[in-house]
Design a protein around this ligand. Structure first.
Ligand code: DC
Length: 226
């Protein structure tokens, strides 16, 4: 058994807006484990490629971008997340809808996924890793000790996103957001390569009518025997 495979992993997968990011961050922070936000890596590939003027359908060039991605995750002075790309802070850019769309365009390309596999597995370090994404339990960490598939209804996810954007002073209609979420769900789950679906041994958790704290506690409770 390799040293890396002895590092415990909690895989949290699910559609956008299900609360995966928040739950993964809470669980990692309470356990004192590392965190992998794999969606951010796909967003960073799209962002880096756009900056280099590359079209988002050139699989080989995009894979090269992914292989050479110079990325760092840390926290700012107030504990908020900070994402660096090639030496500059791109935290806000990475979270835009445009970058999300770019990410979902590059994500179906197999060479990009293969290039990101090594990078993602490198996050597996002691004392443990909480990995958030779409295929953490199915492809990246199939041996994860706990696999959670976090869902919420499309309407609830659109409402959450709407509130989040409003908080940032961004005004988008709820109907347009719902359409975007449904379109992205369809692209993510119908794609041939690593489609969004629960691993066979995943525990399904519907967060539609639950507080963040309740969902965090459920995951921590399931993780207690890891
Ligand atoms: O979770 P997110 O919104 O940051 O993800 C952005 C896009 O990246 C999303 O459309 C799906 C894709 N993605 C993926 O294909 N595999 C992952 N492990 C994470 C994200």
């Amino acid at each position: 058994m390799s040293a890396q495979s002895q590092v415990p992993v909690i895989a949290i997968d699910g559609p956008s807006g299900s609360g995966k990011g928040t739950i993964a961050r809470n669980v990692a922070s309470r356990l004192g484990w590392h965190l992998l936000d794999s969606g951010a890596l796909y967003r960073l590939v799209a962002l880096a490629a756009t900056r280099d003027g590359l079209p988002l359908d050139d699989a080989e060039k995009l894979a090269e971008v992914a292989r050479n991605l110079e990325v760092q995750f840390d926290s700012d002075n107030s504990g908020g997340e900070q994402i660096w790309l090639s030496g500059s802070i791109v935290t806000d850019e990475v979270r835009t809808e445009e970058c999300g769309k770019g990410a979902s365009t590059v994500a179906p390309l197999q060479p990009v996924r293969t290039a990101l596999l090594t990078l993602q597995r490198g996050f597996r370090r002691m004392p443990g890793l909480v990995a958030d994404g779409r295929d953490m339990g199915t492809h990246v960490f199939p041996d994860a000790g706990l696999k959670v598939y976090l869902t919420a209804s499309a309407g609830e996810r659109a409402k959450r996103r709407h509130k989040q954007l409003k908080g940032k002073g961004i005004d988008v209609s709820l109907a347009a957001l719902s359409r975007d979420i449904e379109d992205r769900d369809r692209r993510d789950s119908e794609r041939l390569v690593a489609p969004l679906r629960p691993a066979e041994d995943a525990r399904i958790l519907d967060s539609s009518s639950q507080s963040i704290e309740a969902v965090t506690r459920t995951v921590l409770d399931w993780a207690s025997d890891l």
